[in-house]
Design a protein around this ligand. Structure first.
Ligand code: MG
Ligand code: MG
Length: 265
């Protein structure tokens, strides 16, 4: 194979502001969905509230129809890892639900994910969620000029593994802009410090590590979308869209303050 060079589209300040608007819309919709995710509510109903919110704000759900994906959200419960299709499953007290939300606004894409507990959850589940969120913020700290992909990925992997979790390999972060998925590919494991692409101002990427309580290995269900852990243990994911600036990371997928969940999520 010829050497593969990633084609990174650097963003102007103006484009970064457009991405922030799309990111904010996705982040607000994500929290509208998270508030709806109560015991007794179906995944289809959670999906509907997010879609309604995005359209009411003049945006488009950008996952819907992407390679035929049927939902506005990817909703992955418990041992589901990513790309869960919103279906008739009724949420139960104690579940953990990864909600991945994307929105397109005025030609630009937003993409953000968090994992929430449904009702009261176990201490074990809480620790998984908190550790995964911290792993994401650790990755975001590396989104500043001078760092390389391998510095970020090795730090995230070490952080997760020292706490007893594994990092999923197959599902990774990405550049984002006028396309939902742009170069570069942003992995979170199996990298050496000092290797991989260099973080440079104008890059906008997603930091979205997935941590599993057991094996990192995953299986795809017969629906062709839903991914679950190979051993049935639980999984969590957090994701922000982040601009690399000369002053450091700029998180573009923050919600408006009135949408924030408890614990500042
Ligand atoms: Mg996402
Ligand atoms: Mg993403």
């Amino acid at each position: 194979m010829p050497p593969f060079r990633e084609h990174i589209r650097y963003k102007s300040r103006k484009e970064i502001e457009k991405l922030r608007e799309a990111g904010r819309l996705a982040a607000n919709a994500l929290r509208v969905a998270a508030r709806a995710a109560k015991p007794g509510v179906s995944l289809l109903d959670v999906d509907k509230v997010a879609e309604r919110y995005i359209r009411a704000q003049g945006g488009t759900p950008n996952f819907k129809g992407y390679h035929g994906f049927p939902g506005t959200l990817c909703l992955s419960v418990n041992d589901r890892v990513v790309h869960g299709i919103p279906d008739r499953y009724v949420l139960q007290e104690g579940d953990v639900l990864a909600i991945d939300c994307g929105a397109k606004l005025d030609g630009f894409h937003g993409d953000t994910c968090l994992t929430v507990g449904v009702g009261r959850i176990s201490e074990e589940a809480k620790r998984l969620l908190q550790t995964t969120q911290l792993a994401m913020f650790l990755g975001i700290e590396f989104c500043r000029p001078g760092h390389r992909l391998g510095d970020m990925a090795s730090a995230v992997q070490r952080f997760a593994e020292e706490r007893g979790y594994s990092v999923v390999r197959e599902y990774i972060g990405h550049g984002i802009g006028r396309e939902l998925h742009e170069d570069p590919q942003v992995v979170f494991a199996d990298q050496k410090p000092g290797t991989g692409f260099r973080m440079e101002p104008g890059m906008v990427i997603t930091i979205e590590p997935i941590l599993n309580m057991g094996t990192q290995r995953c299986l795809v269900e017969p629906d062709g979308w839903t991914v679950r852990t190979a051993d049935g243990q639980w999984s969590a994911q957090f994701e922000h869209t982040v601009a690399v600036t000369k002053d450091g990371p700029d998180i573009l997928s923050r919600p408006d303050p009135e949408f924030e969940l408890e614990d500042g999520l």
